[in-house]
Design a binder for this molecule. Structure first.
Ligand code: NAD
Length: 421
């Protein structure tokens, strides 16, 4: 296949080197004279293991040509990859100048009489909405009725510098964002030899993927370093603590606790996060990430409340399903559902609660104290199953996924808290 690659930086050069290794012919386009001269001389302008050898071999075989001007080649290509930089702008957003410039250049070069469309695959990291709100309009404006001569795809790059070639051929996943969320025939053909989970989705989900991954990597590193600092300050062996932590692949290094849903709560998590904050600060190990967790959780509780009552009239009758912090438990301590109930009451709604695990006369000790200091009228708000199903409520707020096991009148407004985010 003939492929144009815009941007001969770490991402673009790696793609050029790997695609030519597979026998494709690549036209590499860059604004830098030095990069173009280096590539055409068979040399890599970046230090990346193995890239120099692949570029030398590709140029010797006539498979790699670097140029500043794509115009003579673009209409001979089936695909174009955009790998230009998206550096930070002063306000922290991505500077999209290079993406916009390259998109305009490609759009202006497309021959509307070409028999087949050009598949333009964006690999740069760019904010959700860029393909639909910035790139697509550029092509539509330039091509008008011939917009079908271009197929736009967003495919985030997951390679890491220093192991870029290995990552190219063995990526953790391939994410393909298209206009209809379906596959891209040419990209699939190009990736046919690569064994990796494939995800076909719409542009915005694909665009956000890269931010989610990179931010999670940053969270993990910051968390590990905060725990490491606490260990050092307390004279604890951080390596041993790390080994024990990562050995738990059921709760720690696993998908557990990673699904967007309810806020965290209960008798342990908030208490122990608070205590670790105290321990760290007492030991002189600042833990800014850990310090942010409870505030983040409060923000989430408020988000859930606001989204539960969106459009609900004042003084409406609300039924909450579940008030304890989890199913099959009567533990109300630091239950996020208690906070949700308080917010509903403060906002003036008439609140009833259905939770068969909660029998006020059986609550004891701290559980009893927590329940009644936070919801003094809890006993009066609890209702039976038959009242819950009576159809008198304007809104059912389901914190458990119980609604499907109960009978509600047709059209009953039900909000499942765990699917709001
Ligand atoms: N470097 C990585 O490890 C990595 C990994 C995954 C994703 N990414 C993302 O990929 C994108 C590229 O990253 P990079 O590290 O390769 O950047 P880079 O700065 O190394 O390369 C970008 C290249 O684009 C060229 N360029 C700029 N304007 C151009 C134009 N109008 N026409 C042609 N070329 C032009 C620049 O001269 C430069 O050579 C960024 O969005 C980055 O966030 C990078």
């Amino acid at each position: 296949m003939k492929i144009a690659i815009f941007g001969l930086g770490y991402v673009g050069l790696t793609a050029a080197a790997c695609l030519t290794r597979e026998g494709h012919e690549v036209f590499g386009i860059d604004v830098s004279d030095e990069k173009i001269a280096a590539v055409n001389a068979g040399k890599s302008p970046i230090a990346e293991p193995g890239i120099g050898e692949l570029i030398e071999a590709a140029v010797a075989k006539g498979l790699l040509h670097a140029t500043k001007n794509a115009a003579p080649h673009i209409n001979a290509c089936e695909m174009a990859f955009v790998c230009v930089g998206t550096p930070s702008a002063p306000d922290g957003s991505h500077n999209m100048t290079y993406i916009a410039e390259v998109s305009r250049q490609i759009a202006a070069m497309i021959d509307t009489a070409r028999p087949e469309s050009l598949t333009v695959v964006y690999r740069s990291t760019m904010r959700p909405g860029t393909t639909e709100d910035l790139i697509q309009p550029i092509f539509e404006q330039q091509l008008g009725a011939a917009s079908n001569k271009v197929e736009l795809v967003y495919c985030p790059e997951f390679m890491r510098e220093s192991v870029a070639i290995d990552d190219y051929f063995h990526p953790p996943k391939i994410v393909i964002g298209t206009s209809d969320g379906g596959p891209c025939r040419r990209l699939d053909a190009l990736n046919a030899q690569i064994v990796a989970p494939r995800f076909y989705t719409h542009y915005r989900e694909a665009e956000l993927t890269k931010f989610v991954d990179n931010t999670f990597h940053a969270v993990k590193t910051a968390f590990a370093n905060e725990i490491g600092r606490v260990c050092v300050q307390l004279g604890i062996n951080a390596k041993t603590v790390h080994q024990i932590f990562v050995a738990d692949t059921i709760l720690n290094i696993s998908p557990a606790y990673l699904r967007p849903g309810g806020a965290f709560g209960g008798s342990c998590l908030p208490k122990d996060v608070r205590a670790l904050q105290y321990i760290a600060s007492d030991a002189g190990a600042d833990t800014h990430l850990v310090d942010s967790l409870l505030r983040s959780n409060e923000a989430h509780k408020h988000f859930l409340f606001e989204n539960c009552v969106k459009g609900l009239s004042a003084h409406s009758k609300v039924l909450m399903l579940g008030i304890a912090f989890k199913s099959n438990s009567d533990d109300l301590r630091e239950s996020p559902n208690i906070d949700l109930a308080r917010k509903l009451l403060q906002a003036g709604y008439e609140l009833s609660i259905y939770d068969p695990q909660i029998i006020p006369s059986k609550l004891l000790g701290q559980n009893l104290g927590y329940a009644f200091s936070n919801l003094p009228k809890l006993t009066r708000m609890l209702v039976s199953k038959s009242v819950a199903e009576s159809g008198q409520f304007d809104l059912v707020v389901d914190t458990r996924g119980w609604a499907k096991t109960l009978s509600f009148k047709p059209g009953q407004q039900i909000v499942d808290v765990n699917t709001l985010s």
